[in-house]
Design a binder for this molecule. Structure first.
Ligand code: GDP
Ligand code: MG
Length: 163
């Protein structure tokens, strides 16, 4: 499948909004041996001359008391295993949460390139929230706004370096 970018993080940080922006309608129809229909989670993106598959995660997490357990068990784990680059998304409005820390622990164990994406940095003031996310110990933090697109070019410049 070539270069695969997986977007993970707790619910409502904006993963699907970024996914839709990256694929711009290019939903992938995947051949898959397992027979599980999962086309809605996959799309095609491109940046400069680089092509990649994007995986969205978390869309089917339902009413469990333990959101993290539910989410991590299947699709997140699968996406992390498939990924060439992991986009670990957090939320500048909410700041760092316990659930972020739980996800970070799993991501850290993957031993793959991880970019911390601080979403909802719609304004310069919000972009200054990035500092606390360095506390995750996952390296550089990329402030973006999936809603208005700011920062996504810089993020993609970095992503394609790992292909
Ligand atoms: P997911 O659960 O991580 O997939 O998050 P969604 O993409 O569904 O977004 C959750 C909520 O955050 C929605 O109401 C989005 O409109 C909102 N959202 C997503 N990206 C941004 C952003 O960059 N800025 C702001 N202000 N809101 C955003
Ligand atoms: Mg989603």
């Amino acid at each position: 499948m070539g270069n695969i970018v997986a977007i993970v993080g707790r619910p409502n940080v904006g993963k699907s909004t970024l996914f839709n922006r990256l694929i711009e309608g290019k939903k992938a129809i995947m051949d898959n041996e397992s027979g599980v229909t999962r086309d809605r989670h996959y799309g095609y993106g491109e940046w400069t001359d680089k092509h990649f598959t994007v995986i969205d995660t978390g869309g089917y997490v339902t009413g469990s008391d333990d959101v993290f357990e539910e989410a991590i068990r299947s699709q997140v784990r699968e996406a992390l295993e498939e990924a060439s680059v992991i986009l670990f998304m957090v939320d500048c409005h909410d700041g760092l949460t316990g659930l972020d820390q739980d996800f970070a622990r799993v991501v850290r164990g993957m031993k793959k390139p991880v970019l911390v994406v601080a979403n909802k940095a719609d304004t310069t003031e919000k972009a200054h929230m990035v500092g606390e996310f360095y506390g995750l110990g996952l390296g550089d933090v990329y402030p973006i706004s999936s809603a208005n697109g700011s920062g996504t070019g810089e993020l993609l410049d970095e992503v394609i370096k790992h292909f």
